[in-house]
Design a protein around this ligand. Sequence first.
Ligand code: CP
Length: 323
Amino acid sequence: MANIIQPLKHFTKFESITQGQKLIEQALIYKENPNLDKAKGAGKRIGCIFLNPSLRTRVSTQLAALNLGMDPIVLNMDKEGWALEMRDGAVMNLGTVEHIKDAAAVLGSYFDILAIRAFPSLTNKEEDRSDFIFSQFVKYSGIPVVSLESATRHPLQSLADQITIQENWSGKSKPKVVLTWGPHIKAIPHAVANSFSEWTLGMDHDLTITHPAGYELDEEFTRGATIEYDQSKALEDADFVYVKNWSAFNEYGKILSTDSSWMLTESHFQKASTAKVMHCLPVRRNLELSDEILDGSRSLVQQQAKNRIFAAQAVISDLLEQL
Ligand code: CP
């Protein structure tokens, strides 16, 4: 019997290698011909709700929806919406003005698909791990939801990253993919690193993760990866090197190191001469990653950013199948 892949109900995480491959193939078709399905979303609306800042996710998701003939509406809920109460049963006699139960249900009645960005607090580990805020939108909106980055994952970024790896890999065997921690001065969420690990392992690539001691990620996302604390050893024979900062997970949200020797320069690639370098952007130049790498021929960062459009288009197109 043919292996039938069910259309997505929501898009919040990696589902399966077959689903991942299907989305990558569809995204590459849309990259060749963005207006192929211009009529597919006619008369449908997607609400893009941001509780945090964004450049790429905001614009690429709107472009993807427009390519499918949909009407996208963006709400910067952190700045333009009412202060939301997230806790069930709360007596709202403090700063919050509207309960998520009411706000999400209203949004669910206005749109056909809802897309949400909700970062972690980096102070309440268990609440962040459960994707509490994001899950409240899913629970109360009653319509398909796309993650524009939650507390734990950034699946549209990861899909774009996998598309980029596929476009740049013609080898017969699996590529060696390395996820390396890079220094930063702010406490940064784990979502991109978690999600990149989840998707890279899920797509059956060989993944090595390297970081200073104390920066171990949640094993839920990294099980199956090689953890190597020596960055130079990890980089040996690498085909793709993904650079990202994240704060500590065990000592939740803490900055344990800003060691600048972890910032990649050309000198780090003596044993990986053909390696390509990836980053989701935004990037702090010459802190997290050097000008030399970002502006050089190894860099895939602009290709990744462009692929965000087609990743989102493939996902939204799939979700439209069930409407
Ligand atoms: N990579 C990414 O999600 O970029 P933005 O935060 O600008 O959307």
